[in-house]
Write a new protein. Sequence first.
Length: 135
Amino acid sequence: GESILIGQAPFPSNTVPGRHHACDGDLVAWIGVNTATNNNLSFEQHVYDLGSRTDRVLSMPVQGLSFDVVISGDILISTSGYDLSQDTGFDPFSNTPIENTGGELLLVGEQILWVVQPYSGSWGLYTATIVHSAN
């Protein structure tokens, strides 16, 4: 197959598959560094279409690299949600206490599953139905 450079991932030695990037069909999503911020480290959400060889930078907040990225069909979840078919962001965690979000994510249909390790104690396993409320 052909090798195509589609973008750059920040801190590649600190990531594993499914952490800060994800694939679904022809779409590859990752959190990248925003190079237009003049030495202020900030991040942006990319989605690359392997079929059309185009990169979209989504208009959504990205709060660093503490979140996984998951993509399934037209839905992307990282620090917030994005509906690719509607080209609009949403808060998938609007009905969940914010201290319970972050960590490892899994997206299945309209269900999000995530794992949080508190500072002490057992790991927490949370699930919620995606809420498509606008950001």
